[in-house]
Design a protein around this ligand. Sequence first.
Ligand SMILES: [Zn+2]
Length: 418
Amino acid sequence: MTDLLIHNLAEVATPEGSAPLRGAEQRRIRRLAGGEVVCRAGRIAFVGSPEERRRQFGEMPEAERLDGQGGTLIPGFVDPHTHLPWAGSREEEFAARLAGKTYQEIAAAGGGILSTVRSTRRAGEEELAANVLRRMDQMLAWGTTTAEAKSGYGLNQEDELKQLRAIRQASERHPVDLVPTLLAAHEFPPEHRQDRGRWVDLICDEIVPATAEAGLARFCDVFCEVGVFSAAESRRVLEAGVRHGLAPRLHADEFADSGGAELAADLGAFSADHLMAVSPAGVEALARSGVIAVLLPGTSFFLMKRNYAPARRLVEAGVPVALATDCNPGSSHTESMPMVVLLAVLQMGLTIEEALAAATLNSACSLGLGSEIGSVEPGKRADLVLLAAPNLLHLVYHYGINPVAAVVKGGRVVRRAG
Ligand SMILES: [Zn+2]
């Protein structure tokens, strides 16, 4: 594999380290003007001045070159919360929402998650994988190099595992890496509406063990929410996951305070996600335990809510904050991390520096990958994004455009704009 030299950059902008950044640390971004980066054998071998690079590596006549054209180099985005493997589409439901119907009214009329469950159950593994690959192309175009992907539209063993196999198949065929999560506890399937306990038993006793045995997931997730899975039911599911080697992360306190943040803290989960309705005690618990808050402002935006997660309060309490798209067909239909960064800054009050750390290093840490990816530092995997922007601030300042000029994955240029 030939070396890659990235040169002619206005700046390299990156968080540093392999641990989650919290509090005042979260805005500590290294901004290196006129830097160069050398990638060797898939990893970052050098970040520094052109003079220092020449001193250490010489002229590098054999190396492949990526001309930065006066742009800004940042780490590849890491999207730690998506629902990628779905079939069907819900634009009619979206139009009904625009006409004034609420998400809950639409769900009560047979729409919502259960409508996607029906189409996903009908789809074959190949069709699902093709859908995932199409979405991964979008992700890559917008600078995402690693993403988490959840099941949760099968709601029975066969179809949950089918979704997870589609994730694995797509990940093997595409430059973007997917980290798989079992989310059988996304909803109660129609056949178990009258017998909720039976569905929780099935997840704990059959679906979690089968998933673990097939090596199809790294994480186990649950939709801990008033009216969906209670904190007690969520605990059972997540503890079953832990017993079978699936690490916990969860949907917590999205629409109402359901004790999800406290549960995440108690279990030492990798992340507590959404948190739009998190209580002061929940914030405290997250801060004490070091659980990463994964915030999904695209969901508030797309559901046309004024209520965003209290990002400033979380940062000030010392909770490491990460960002994700929540890419799904109902409440946040986007693959774009730059869009999420924009919303985090303009609607949740993060600084651009905090948002960059949230969308790269902190999101990598929430997937247990902080020592591998999430920053532009020697030793890390060379997953990088070149922005056609004279500095980091333009990532938000020039909005509504795709700023990604090129994407490097594992030391290879895998995408160029235009
Ligand atoms: Zn979700």
